[in-house]
Design a protein around this ligand. Structure first.
Ligand SMILES: Cc1cc2nc3c(=O)[nH]c(=O)nc-3n(C[C@H](O)[C@H](O)[C@H](O)COP(=O)(O)OP(=O)(O)OC[C@H]3O[C@@H](n4cnc5c(N)ncnc54)[C@H](O)[C@@H]3O)c2cc1C
Length: 391
């Protein structure tokens, strides 16, 4: 059995590669939406507007919403190439295309789809995720942010935390409690908040992470009015909408492609090393390449499930665990392999590989926490994958 993309996908890959070569600065290794500076964010916006012109922000979406109607396998080619080349993002492809878009396609009304989806594919709407609260992370259903219906609006009071890219976003999808008397999963609703920068009563406070980057935020709601038409699905049934979104959040394969690129760069360096150092690193490097290929094939399985029109579930948890723990090992190896200089961050002079290794290593630490911790993912595999009773 040959496991390979078809001719059409490989032709597309060539086209995407040529585009990326022309439109990505070689020295930009920040990737994703964790852009280091305001300038990098602005560059990501320009980059996304070029993607939008080609229908490349969400190629697998229907043409009426600004996509190309491409197949899931073609979408995977985009994800791999974007990941491999570290294509910048504003958050649009991650939170917009990867999470809220597919959730709206399943649970949104026709009017909501027509309004929101084209604004994702044009790059105009940049979304962030308002799920976690100071007392509700793994036990998300215990969330306390209150939304009370008042005429045509909901009025929100409460707090969210760890809101990645909230300071860059203009839109937020959030889970709120609409019925405090109901059992915890049944009193939650899924709301969209428009234009968060100009919403009275909504304030953001930066949280600086251990890589010294402004990645996430706290968000406070004080009598924030959200139109009731921004409710997705039924009131008090938002938990199920929110969980659909998490299934999409855990299905990415771009990260493995990024690691492939990293491993290629490390291999080139190992080739140049003196004999003793080369001997020390070559087998470890080989191990990481093997594991990264395993991660790639696990990711392809997710694509296959999606191509059949199904939503991946515990299978995505398998990828999430394997991928996140592997990322930590690879980047940790990279930092150590480069010696003392390997600890130099991108902004420090003389950093080997432009400081990519320590930056990526620090960013990889929380990967076993976000999108649901790896302990929670193991619980999902045990219950939904293996049919074991809850622990
Ligand atoms: C970099 C980063 C970005 C993030 N971005 C966002 C974002 O954009 N939006 C958002 O809403 N949230 C975001 N989060 C929050 C993230 O979803 C939560 O941190 C995560 O769900 C864990 O919740 P917690 O931090 O409250 O930890 P807790 O739930 O308090 O967990 C603490 C520890 O206990 C373990 N644990 C808890 N319950 C169980 C159990 N039942 N079985 C076994 N072990 C258990 C956990 O695995 C963990 O090790 C982000 C987090 C990080 C680190």
């Amino acid at each position: 059995m040959e496991l390979a993309f078809g001719k059409k996908e490989e032709e597309l890959r060539k086209e995407v590669r040529a585009f990326l070569k022309e439109n990505i600065k070689e020295e930009d290794t920040s990737g994703g939406f964790n852009n280091r500076s305001d300038e990098a964010f602005e560059e990501a916006k320009v980059f996304n507007s070029k993607l939008a012109e080609r229908g490349w922000i969400a190629p697998a979406w229907p043409k009426e919403y600004g996509g190309l109607g491409a197949s899931i396998y073609e979408q995977m080619v985009f994800n791999e190439e974007f990941g491999y080349h570290g294509a910048p993002d504003t958050g649009t492809r991650g939170f917009g295309v990867g999470m809220i878009g597919p959730t709206l396609i399943i649970h949104g009304s026709e009017e909501q789809k027509k309004h929101y989806l084209p604004k994702i594919t044009s790059g105009e709407h940049i979304w962030c995720q308002g799920y976690s609260e100071p007392g509700s992370g793994s036990d998300l259903a215990s969330l306390q942010t209150r939304a009370v219906r008042d005429g045509d609006d909901y009025v929100l009071n409460g707090q969210k935390i760890w809101t990645s890219g909230g300071h860059r976003a203009n839109q937020m999808f959030t889970l709120v409690r609409t019925d405090p008397e109901a059992p915890k999963h049944r009193g939650i609703s899924f709301l969209l908040i428009d234009d968060i920068k100009n919403t009275p009563g909504l304030t953001l406070r930066p949280l600086i992470n251990m890589a010294n980057r402004h990645h996430f935020n706290e968000v406070f709601f004080e009598d924030v009015r959200v139109p009731a038409k921004n409710l997705i699905g039924e009131e008090n049934r938002g938990w199920y909408v929110g969980m659909t979104l998490l299934d999409f959040e855990r299905s990415g394969i771009g990260t493995t492609a990024g690691q492939k690129h990293t491993l290629e760069k490390l291999t080139a360096l190992v080739k140049e090393m003196p004999d003793d150092l080369r001997e020390k690193n070559r087998l470890k490097l080989a191990d990481h390449v093997v594991s990264n290929n395993v991660a790639r094939f696990l990711g392809y399985r997710i694509g296959y499930i999606q191509a059949k029109g199904q939503v991946p579930n515990y299978e995505a948890s398998v990828v999430k665990i394997f991928q996140s723990e592997l990322g930590q090992r690879i980047y940790g190896f990279g930092v150590n392999m480069l010696g003392l200089n390997g600890q130099l961050m991108p902004e420090q002079t003389g950093a080997p590989l432009a400081g990519e290794m320590p930056e990526a290593m620090l960013q990889a630490v929380p990967s076993t926490i976000y999108s649901g911790t790896n302990e929670i993912q193991r619980n999902i595999i045990a219950t939904r994958g293996l049919g074991l009773p809850r622990g």
